[in-house]
Write a protein of this length. Structure first.
Length: 144
């Protein structure tokens, strides 16, 4: 049986002369390196790190389990506009513009989602007509 040797020893056999019995040589504190590989994959991610003003654990729980910031704004903005009534101050007009922009963005995403769904259904109809019919029947059978 041959002794186990480091692969780099084959590059330069003269290196084995100063090693005891040709075995591996390690300097102090140069043992095996064990490292958790946890790559950072959020460089281009739209995830946001938010510094909460109050208690971060409470804020995270509320946003994750009760109401996202968008949902909270969806309640607050209409309530403020209702309270503002016919007030045409610059601040109220900015709020009305913001509400309109938010609604336009929602509609744009709904249209995009419907178009994606339509393309998927047409593709399914073309590639697997039976699965297409089955899907339409199952959707028709769903109760609101």
């Amino acid at each position: 049986m041959f002794p186990v040797m480091n692969p780099w020893m084959f590059v330069n056999p003269d290196l084995t002369r100063w090693m005891p019995l040709g075995g591996p040589f390690q300097l102090p504190l140069s043992g095996d390196v064990i490292q958790d590989i946890n790559p950072v994959t959020s460089w281009l991610s739209p995830n946001l790190e938010i510094n909460f003003a109050g208690k971060p654990d409470v804020e995270k729980d509320i946003v994750a389990n009760i109401a996202s910031y968008g949902r909270q704004l969806g309640v607050i903005i209409p309530a403020l506009l209702e309270l503002a009534g016919d007030n045409n101050s610059p601040e109220v007009e900015k709020l009305r513009t913001l509400a309109g922009d938010i609604e336009a963005a929602k509609q744009k995403h709904k249209i995009r989602q419907a178009e994606t769904l339509k393309q998927g259904l047409l593709s399914l109809k073309e590639t697997d007509p039976e699965a297409f019919r089955s899907l339409l029947e199952s959707v028709a059978d769903q109760k609101d």
